[in-house]
Every structure is written in structure tokens, then in C-alpha cells.
Design a protein around this ligand. Structure first.
Ligand code: APR
Length: 316
């Protein structure tokens, strides 16, 4: 049987993710759901009509669902569920300002996913990311390896883009890494960054690196301030879709994701941005990268900040 992936939430992030997944042409079915009547059905119809032009066979199925679980039969048998349901930021808001409203939405969605697609791997992208990922695991009661969040690949891609633009080199020659939380305690890891295999510090001065680190940390807010009506979705959906593809193909690819950390880097019992090998069972293994003392201190600090917030969401 072909693979089936569901995207919950047919807003900008969800719809773009669904289309990217369909265009890979590796899934039999992409399901797109939303609580707004007709939105998913309409988008799915439109996407299916692009199949002959773009040359993919994946079928997109749209379905309006209720918060009571009505309509959720459509997700049965999903190998992967991407949760994008929730409010995006408005200018001036931090991701944490979305905590209470999105916690309610994500808890309800995760409970329905657990009921109707009990064997799926869940990728959460709703914000605040680290907390919503933890809440997804709590509400679904899935094994922790089968729940992860998307953030690190996006933050890394933003950092890479800024470095490539600054040095006027192809993005393919730049490798960067960010760990930690998807927020104020994001931990860019300059010691692991290279340009054409050379350490970043050899080709860019420290002040410029720090400037790009700060711009990366505020990368989402920069887009929100320009859009004024919502948050980023092209780069975020590219990252989420890649994660889902790695699960579908059981690729074992190492990517920065928000995963349950249990002893790695001396940190335990928290969902945190780390590099992990991704496959059919979700997180196969966390890959510990060498860090400088400062970077490790930053990661430990991020873990404690996220731990405190994640404890709060358990009650939400
Ligand atoms: N079930 C399904 N869909 C829901 C639910 C629910 N319980 N509650 C809300 N939605 C839907 C909305 O109807 C809307 O169509 O989620 C969609 C959100 O879409 P947008 O407002 O366009 O937001 P988007 O940019 O897609 O961001 C979604 O990702 O990056 C994060 O911070 C962002 O939390 C936000 C999420």
C-alpha cells in the first residue's frame, strides 16, 4: 500500500506543506483537514487540478473536520500527521503569546489523531513550537520517538541563507547549524558552520557572524513584521515536508528537529532542538554534535527555559 500523510490545518502553512508533499509524488494520498467549512475541500480540488501540469499522481483529499472529531475518519491509516492547526503571530507578538489559544487547539487535534491514526508519526509545527510538540505527546500519549516538532531545519535554513547572501556564494556551499529552542533561546552553533568546507570563522569576522546569528534568531519576527497579517510559511513548509518525506522513505537522514532528549548533552526529559536521524518510527537516534563550552552552556540554558514552559502546558 502506498503511503498516506495528513496535514491538519489548511492555512498558509498547512496548504503549502500539503502541496509540497503531493509534488514529491512519493505518497499515494495527502489528506488536508481544517475546521473551516469547505476550505480543505476547495484547496484539495485546486491542487488536484495541478497534477497533470506538474506531473504527479498523488491524490489530495480535503475534509472539513469538527473539534468533536467528526470527519476524522479521513485520516485513518495515516503514516504521518503534520499538525499545523493554530493561530499565527501578528506583528509585535512573540510565539509565546500564542501559548494558551494554540494549546487548546493542539490538544484537541492530538487527541483526535491518537484516536483515528494511532500508528502515525506526528510532526507538530504550531507555535510556540517546543511547547506544542511536548503537548502533542502528552495529549496523544504516543511513544516520544513518534512525536517531533519542526523548527531546527527552518532556523538552520534561515542562517544558511543569510550567510550565503552575505558572502555571495551558493547556498549549497554553506552548512550551518542551530540547536535549542525555536525562540529566544535558539542556539546557533557557529563552530559547526562551514563555507566550502572551511570554518565560518575563517571567512567572516566575529561581529558579522553575531549579526547574522541575531537576524536568524529573529528570522520569524522579521517576516511577520513585513507580512503584517500572518507568519512565514514557504521555508517552514519546506522543512516540515522534508521531515515527513524522511519518515515516509525511512531514510535515516540526520536533520535538526525538536525531539525528546534523554541524556544527550547532559540534558534529560525535555523536547529540544537537536540533530536526529529520522525514519519510519520517527526519531531513530539523536546525533550529538561537538559543541564549544559556550554553545553547550547555551543549549543547557535553552533546555531549562523550555522545560519550565513545557511543564505548564501539561495543565492546558
Ligand atoms: N483543527 C483543524 N484546523 C484548525 C483548528 C482545528 N482545531 N483550529 C484552527 N485551525 C485552522 C484554521 O482554521 C486555519 O485555517 O488552522 C489554520 C491556520 O492557518 P493560518 O491562520 O493561515 O496560520 P499558518 O500560517 O498556517 O500557521 C499555522 O504554524 O508557524 C505556525 O505560528 C504558526 O501556529 C501557527 C501555525
Amino acid at each position: 500500500m502506498g503511503k498516506k500523510v495528513t496535514v491538519v490545518g489548511a492555512g498558509f502553512y498547512g496548504a503549502t506543506t500539503a502541496l509540497r508533499l503531493a509534488e514529491y509524488d512519493v505518497f499515494e494520498t495527502v489528506v488536508l483537514t481544517d475546521i473551516i467549512d469547505g476550505k480543505s475541500e476547495g484547496l484539495a480540488l485546486d491542487m488536484n487540478q495541478s497534477r497533470s501540469i506538474e506531473g504527479f499522481e498523488t491524490r489530495i483529499v480535503g475534509k472539513t473536520t469538527g473539534v468533536d472529531g467528526s470527519g476524522y475518519e479521513v485520516i485513518e491509516g495515516s503514516d504521518i500527521v503534520v499538525i499545523t492547526a493554530g493561530l499565527p503571530r501578528k506583528p509585535g507578538m512573540s510565539r509565546m503569546d500564542l501559548l494558551e489559544v494554540n494549546a487548546k487547539i493542539v490538544r484537541g487535534v492530538a487527541e483526535n489523531v491518537a484516536k483515528f491514526a494511532p500508528n502515525a508519526v506526528i510532526i507538530t509545527v504550531s507555535n510556540p513550537l517546543d511547547e506544542m510538540t511536548a503537548l502533542t505527546q502528552i495529549a496523544s500519549q504516543f511513544p516520544k520517538n513518534r512525536v517531533m516538532g519542526q523548527a531546527g531545519m527552518l532556523d538552520t535554513a534561515r542562517f544558511t541563507n543569510f550567510v550565503a547572501e552575505e558572502l555571495d556564494v551558493p547556498v549549497s556551499s554553506v552548512k550551518t547549524l542551530t540547536l535549542g529552542s525555536h525562540g529566544d533561546t535558539m542556539v546557533p552553533v557557529p563552530s559547526q558552520c562551514t563555507v566550502n568546507g572551511k570554518p565560518l570563522a575563517d571567512v567572516m569576522d566575529a561581529d558579522k557572524i553575531e549579526e547574522l546569528v541575531v537576524r536568524t534568531r529573529n528570522g520569524g519576527a522579521e517576516v511577520v513584521a513585513l507580512l503584517k497579517t500572518g507568519s512565514a510559511y514557504y521555508a517552514p513548509s519546506a522543512a516540515a515536508a522534508r521531515m515527513a518525506k524522511a519518515v515516509a522513505q525511512d531514510s535515516g537522514e540526520a536533520m535538526p528537529v525538536c525531539a525528546w532528549v534523554d541524556g544527550e548533552y547532559g540534558v534529560s526529559g525535555v523536547y529540544l532542538g537537536v540533530v536526529a536521524e529520522i525514519g519510519a518510527e520517527g526519531v531513530k537516534k539523536i546525533v550529538e554534535t561537538p559543541l564549544t563550552d559556550t554553545e553547550l552552556a547555551g543549549l543547557t540554558e535553552a533546555a531549562e527555559a523550555v522545560r519550565a514552559k513545557q511543564a505548564d502546558v501539561a495543565q492546558m
